[in-house]
Design a protein. Structure first.
Length: 82
């Protein structure tokens, strides 16, 4: 997939759509629009980063069972950072 410009473009569209979907309820709950978009973009970036790392580990031969605890811990750390 990483070698396909068409697939990469679609992934970027999906990520943008996801961020917009996450930002909408934040904005509806009185979070300033710019802040809602930033919060949503950060959440999507954190998830994407952890997901990509996990996918690389699986492609390198680890099982999902071996990486799940680290995956969850990294997401928790991202969303509970000081």
């Amino acid at each position: 997939m990483s070698g396909s410009p068409v697939l990469l473009a679609r992934v970027r569209e999906i990520v943008d759509e996801l961020a917009d979907t996450l930002a909408a309820p934040l904005a509806e709950n009185h979070v300033a629009t710019g802040d809602a978009q930033l919060i949503a973009a950060l959440a999507v970036a954190a998830h994407r980063t952890v997901f990509v790392t996990g996918a690389r580990r699986i492609l390198a031969g680890e099982t999902a069972a071996e990486i799940v605890d680290d995956h969850v811990a990294r997401l928790n750390a991202a969303f509970h950072a000081p």
